[in-house]
Design a protein around this ligand. Structure first.
Ligand code: ZN
Length: 212
């Protein structure tokens, strides 16, 4: 079911369209239709670190079946800032688009599904995430798994900023990671899928108004 895999990409595609509109505004470049698919592809630039796993397993996850988080390289914000500045300075129109879309992608990875980002790597490998729980699942999913009542309050409490040290994250991924996360998060409506789908529609509407 291809649609299932498209749903998880919509927030990134939205960021591609937002970055395209912003880069056109900044540079006065004359747009052509193929800029749209190009911007959509570039919206996934930081996810090149997931390609080896995707090719090997046919899916990307951080779970007991695959106790590793692909978010490395361009998912390290301090490294990404350097790359973005270089692209913005020397990359012309596409460099500016990339310098906009990478931070937007990282912002999107800071909430929702996944294990946040190692914001201050290489100084610390601690992962940070916005609006989540230490156990890193939606309350509904925890209740369905009947874990909710037995969980310590500190583990299940919803936090604006949640973090895991680099040492504890493998154990959390093994215990709480979900291999088929797409079905549980994106094939149902919750605040995460809701926000991402709305962002996509806003981006399509904005791009339509500005470009057409
Ligand atoms: Zn990512």
């Amino acid at each position: 079911m291809v649609m299932k895999y498209i749903l998880v990409l919509l927030a990134d595609w939205a960021n591609g369209l937002f970055a395209l509109v912003a880069a056109l505004y900044i540079t006065d470049e004359e747009w052509q239709w193929w800029f749209i698919p190009a911007a959509v592809v570039l919206s996934h630039l930081p996810d090149i670190d997931a390609l080896p796993e995707l090719l090997r397993r046919g899916r990307v996850s951080a779970s007991a079946e695959h106790v590793s988080d692909h978010r490395t390289l361009l998912h390290y914000p301090l490294l990404a800032i350097v790359v973005c500045v270089l692209f913005a300075l020397y990359g012309g129109f596409w460099g500016i688009l990339i310098a906009i879309v990478i931070p937007l992608h990282l912002l999107n990875d800071l909430y929702g599904t996944g294990w946040g980002l190692a914001l201050f790597w290489p100084f610390t490998s601690r992962h940070y995430k916005l609006c989540g729980r230490r156990v890193n699942r939606l309350k509904r999913i925890l209740i369905e798994d009947s874990d909710w009542q037995s969980l310590p309050e500190s583990e299940r409490r919803f936090r604006i900023i949640v973090s895991w040290s680099g040492n504890e994250i493998p154990a959390y991924i093994r215990r709480w990671g979900v291999d088929d996360w797409i079905a549980l998060w994106y094939l149902r409506l919750n605040w995460i899928s809701g926000v991402e789908y709305v962002l996509f529609f806003i981006a399509v509407f904005t791009a339509g108004v500005v470009l057409l």
